[in-house]
Design a protein around this ligand. Structure first.
Ligand SMILES: *[C@@H]1O[C@H](CO)[C@@H](O)[C@H](O)[C@H]1NC(C)=O
Ligand SMILES: *[C@@H]1O[C@H](CO)[C@@H](O)[C@H](O)[C@H]1NC(C)=O
Ligand SMILES: *[C@@H]1O[C@H](CO)[C@@H](O)[C@H](O)[C@H]1NC(C)=O
Ligand SMILES: *[C@@H]1O[C@H](CO)[C@@H](O)[C@H](O)[C@H]1NC(C)=O
Ligand SMILES: *[C@@H]1O[C@H](CO)[C@@H](O)[C@H](O)[C@H]1NC(C)=O
Ligand SMILES: *[C@@H]1O[C@H](CO)[C@@H](O)[C@H](O)[C@H]1NC(C)=O
Ligand SMILES: CC(=O)N[C@H]1CO[C@H](CO)[C@@H](O)[C@@H]1O
Length: 555
């Protein structure tokens, strides 16, 4: 009885495997779910001896060159057919007539340079078609005609230079369309019309020069639009206005010098916006519509000299602002960071900031934001900071201060103490080095003990303010050039509320100094042009869009 039961269990569990394995070809693995995976050069056609119940067949890295008229014959249960990383260059015009039931066809990474017209038309219930990683130069206008169930179409990494305006007509079920990494210069204005279910549209790494007004008008369900790495020089006004469900938009690495007013209106769900690496010269005063879900903005490598004061006014959810490497950006409006209470990361690194409005760092950014985790101030011309400037940033975990010409006189006392007290926060403390006066040259700011400054107390009593006359010119050299900076006479530091400077004491850049800021002056100078090259520690900077890291060619 017991043996009988055991035997029955054995039969029940073993038999399907046995049947499968018996008919599983040498180079293949067959499992009981109907999956067959075959790999290897030995495969030159679809193996004849496959398990009857094969639902999914994947042939990878084979030596198959041709898909014949009969290659898929007698496989009436097959639903998914994958032939990838092989040498396939020819598909017989009737190859799919014998397998009209297929739901998925993936022919990625082969050597297809042409497809006969209507080769896929028997596949009336096809849901997924991948032709990425081939050499296709053209697609016949009726290639996908009748594939009304198609949901995913991947034509990326081919050699397409243009597409017919009606090539996607009728594909109303399409949710995913990948046309990236081709050589497309222009899309016909109506090519995406009717694709009302599309959720992802990827057209990056092409040669697009223009986008047409209205081209995205039907894409009301689009969630992701990736247009980066093209050559787009201008955007039509309101081109994105129908994309009310969009969450991600990448426009980086194009040739945009300007963005039309209100371009990003009507996108209440946007969470990531990437417009970096464009030669932008200015931004309009009205650019961002109400987008409470925005988390991340990438705005670096531009030619902006200024940004509108209300740039972030509609972006209250911002957690990360990447506003760096804008080597012409001289100034930030005082209210810029007024409305970003969730900010966690702010990078202002390697801009051309000469002057920061005190308000930027008083009631607003550093003082109000308990959530700031990382602040990066390296490579500016900061000479001092108030000792209490980071006092309210209780969770600050990483602060970068190197690459600034710290002036290690009385006014540095407070921040020097703060650096000592917060050693682990100042990640680059060993490189936060005195640039003046001469007797403290090359000492780290953090190494200056409090006693060194005892003399300062005496000075304060003597005079309402004390002037720290410093060398007037700094020579900074880089591997490429030596450059004498304009006069950087240190401003007098004060503990009183206001002070008048003799006109000749006011350096050119600093006419609007507000001397009331916590009794200490924030002074930013010109950034050295080539300092970018030796920024090896890029801890808070996200460069993902700046480096042309090509995605894997085939999925
Ligand atoms: C490929 O075929 C040769 C002979 O035709 C055989 O010796 C070899 O084992 C086969 N390799 C695989 C991986 O099946
Ligand atoms: C197919 O081959 C490619 C290239 O060698 C490999 O990266 C991929 O993982 C393989 N896919 C499967 C499902 O085995
Ligand atoms: C398909 O099955 C038919 C009838 O069973 C047989 O004549 C034919 O040779 C088979 N074709 C292939 C390619 O196996
Ligand atoms: C790909 O096909 C072309 C002809 O279309 C041929 O010249 C080339 O050798 C093929 N490459 C491989 C790797 O099979
Ligand atoms: C903020 O968004 C609203 C609604 O989209 C708009 O009316 C307003 O002009 C926007 N503000 C700015 C500064 O663009
Ligand atoms: C942007 O700046 C770079 C150098 O900083 C310059 O080569 C380029 O011509 C500028 N582009 C525009 C549009 O001004
Ligand atoms: C999810 C979806 O849109 N399905 C549609 C796919 O296309 C067929 C035929 O046009 C429609 O009937 C389905 O509703």
């Amino acid at each position: 009885m017991l043996y009988g039961t055991l035997w029955a269990i054995l039969v029940l569990f073993k038999l399907p495997h046995l049947t499968c394995n018996m008919r599983c070809p040498d180079s293949c693995l067959c499992n009981s779910n109907g999956n067959v995976d075959c790999v290897g050069d030995n495969i030159t056609d679809i193996p004849k001896q496959l398990p009857l119940q094969t639902y999914r067949l994947q042939l990878n890295e084979t030596n198959m060159h041709i898909l014949n008229e009969q290659s898929l014959a007698n496989r009436t249960l097959l639903l998914r057919f994958l032939l990838t990383h092989s040498q396939l260059h020819t598909i017989h015009p009737r190859a799919f007539h014998v397998a009209p039931q297929l739901k998925s066809v993936k022919l990625s990474c082969n050597n297809l340079s042409a497809l006969s017209a209507q080769v896929f038309s028997p596949l009336t219930t096809l849901q997924q078609l991948s032709l990425d990683g081939n050499q296709l130069k053209t697609i016949a206008p009726d290639m996908f005609e009748g594939l009304v169930w198609l949901q995913q179409l991947d034509l990326s990494s081919n050699s397409l230079s243009s597409l017919a305006s009606d090539v996607f007509d009728g594909l109303t079920n399409l949710t995913f369309l990948h046309l990236g990494m081709n050589s497309i210069k222009k899309f016909p204005p109506t090519i995406f019309h009717g694709l009302t279910n599309l959720r992802q549209l990827i057209i990056y790494y092409n040669k697009l020069e223009v986008l047409d007004a209205g081209m995205f008008d039907d894409l009301v369900n689009l969630v992701e639009l990736k247009i980066h790495f093209n050559k787009i020089t201008s955007l039509p006004p309101q081109v994105f206005w129908s994309l009310r469900n969009l969450e991600q938009l990448t426009l980086s690495s194009n040739q945009l010098q300007a963005i039309p007013e209100k371009s990003f209106y009507n996108m209440p769900k946007l969470s990531t916006l990437t417009i970096s690496n464009n030669p932008l010269l200015s931004l309009p005063d009205q650019l961002m519509g109400h987008m409470p879900d925005i988390i991340e903005l990438y705005l670096y490598y531009t030619n902006l000299t200024a940004v509108p004061g209300n740039l972030f006014a509609n972006m209250s959810g911002l957690q990360r602002i990447n506003l760096h490497f804008n080597n012409k950006l001289r100034e930030l409006p005082s209210d810029l960071f007024c409305c970003v209470p969730k900010l966690m990361k702010l990078s202002l690194k390697s801009n051309n900031l000469h002057y920061l409005h005190p308000q930027l760092f008083s009631n607003n950014i550093f003082l109000g934001l308990e959530h700031v985790l990382a602040i990066n101030l390296m490579n500016n011309h900061l000479k001092t900071l108030p000792g209490n400037i980071f006092l309210s940033n209780t969770v600050l975990g990483a602060l970068t201060l190197s690459g600034n010409p710290w002036n290690c006189v009385c006014s540095i006392r407070g921040i020097a103490k703060w650096i000592r007290d917060n050693e682990r926060v100042v990640r680059d403390r060993d490189r936060v080095i005195c640039d003046s006066p001469v007797n403290r040259l090359h000492q780290t700011v953090g190494s200056l003990s409090d006693e060194l400054f005892n003399v300062c107390d005496a000075t304060r009593i003597r005079s309402r303010y004390f002037s720290t006359q410093e060398p007037t010119t700094h020579i900074m050299s880089t591997s490429r050039q030596t450059s004498a900076l304009a006069s950087t006479t240190t401003p007098p530091t004060t503990i009183s509320t206001t002070i008048q400077l003799a006109p000749q004491q006011i350096p050119r850049y600093s006419q609007t100094w507000n001397l009331r800021f916590m009794g200490v002056i924030l002074r930013y100078g010109k950034i050295m042009k080539y300092l970018i090259s030796y920024n090896q520690v890029i801890q808070y900077v996200t460069l993902s869009q700046a480096k042309p890291i090509l995605p894997l060619v085939c999925s």
